[in-house]
Design a protein around this ligand. Structure first.
Ligand SMILES: *Cc1c(COP(=O)(O)O)cnc(C)c1O
Length: 338
């Protein structure tokens, strides 16, 4: 089976497994796991931020950030395709009692002007108080597209001017950084909090980090505990994260090149109506003749390919660490045979 359902399906490499076995560990709820402490320090420094907290998942890091930045009667501004809205189980309401303002961006990317136009008048008691803007980069539902950093600077300026917090769901931020060669420290300057995932393109079995200033991360520790995310000797997992930051960032370009090759092949196939432009490791294509994606994904499975339906007529492939050039050639042969 060629598994392109997600970049979360990867297994740790032998180098990563060795790093995990050798990890020094302690009780992290007491702040005594040296490997977790080292990972948090390393990740924060990478983005030029003060502090970080290791969590089991990206859903938890996003939800903690939203909880830290909002309160009842407030509103989060984000694109309608955002993971925080679509794929976190209604957590904004459940965990933070906050409202959501959904914008219609370009493949999930919103602009400073859109943010500006959707900030409520804080003196109007009818309206929730606009408090937080959340961006996603790369944008999953938008086919792994990347923000132009100039737009992020403009959004950040609006947030500063209007006293809003700015959060980044950076589950695939490393893919964006590799694609654009933007400076990670510029991200640290413009966002109040950043969530990054180790369990996607970087190939770790588990783990995400929330980055921010000391005060916000201190509050995040309290929220993580109450969500049940306080782990003990989780340094074994953090060791995988340190290994990934050292060895698995630059190689993401391979995933991006393979995704582009897959897209080029798809363009020429009769069952494909169109393919979204590929910028990173995600390929989303629309099926011809209004074919249903659920049926087509089943057909792919019978032909040895795993993918996910991504809308009624759309299918998603994600390239990753466990998808190599031989598998790419095999995939192309299998796709042509359908
Ligand atoms: C995967 C993902 C997350 C976090 O998912 P978890 O499975 O909870 O780690 C958050 N945002 C985006 C855009 C994602 O793709």
């Amino acid at each position: 089976m060629i598994d392109l359902r997600s970049d979360t399906i990867t297994r740790p490499t032998s180098g990563m497994r060795e790093a995990m076995i050798e990890a020094q560990v302690g009780d992290d709820v007491f702040g005594e796991d040296p490997t977790i402490n080292a990972l948090e320090k390393k990740a924060a420094a990478y983005f030029g931020m003060e502090s970080a907290i290791f969590c089991p998942s990206g859903t938890m890091t996003n939800q903690i950030a939203i909880r830290v930045h909002t309160a009842p009667h407030t509103e989060v501004i984000c694109d309608e395709k955002s993971h925080i809205y679509l794929y976190e189980g209604g957590g904004i309401a459940y965990n933070s009692f906050a409202s959501v303002r959904l914008l219609q961006g370009d493949r999930g990317r919103i602009t400073a002007e859109m943010v500006q136009d959707n900030i409520n008048n804080p003196d109007d008691v009818h309206a929730p108080i606009s408090t937080l803007v959340s961006l996603e980069n790369t944008m999953n539902k938008g086919g792994g597209c990347v923000y132009d950093f100039k737009e992020i600077e403009k959004i950040s300026a609006v947030c500063k001017d209007k006293d809003l917090k700015l959060h980044l769901d950076g589950a695939r931020l490393f893919n964006a950084l590799v694609a654009t060669e933007d400076n990670p420290k510029s991200y640290g300057q413009h966002f109040d909090t950043i969530s990054i995932c180790l369990s996607k393109g970087l190939g770790c079995p588990v783990g995400s980090l929330l980055l921010g200033n000391k005060e916000d991360i201190k509050r995040a520790r309290r929220v993580r505990k109450v969500l049940g995310g306080g782990m003990r000797q989780a340094g074994f997992l953090a060791a995988a994260g340190i290994y990934a930051l050292d060895h698995h960032i630059d190689r993401l370009v391979e995933d991006h090149n393979r995704a582009k090759s897959v897209a080029e092949e798809l363009e020429g196939l009769s069952f494909v109506e169109s393919v979204l432009p590929v910028e990173t490791n995600i390929v989303i294509f629309k099926l011809a003749d209004n074919a249903l994606s659920v049926n087509f994904v089943e057909k792919l499975k019978q032909n040895g390919i795993l993918a996910v339906p991504f809308g009624k007529h759309d299918v998603r492939f994600v390239t990753h660490l466990d998808f190599d050039d031989d598998m790419l050639q095999d995939l192309i042969v299998k796709l042509k045979a359908i």
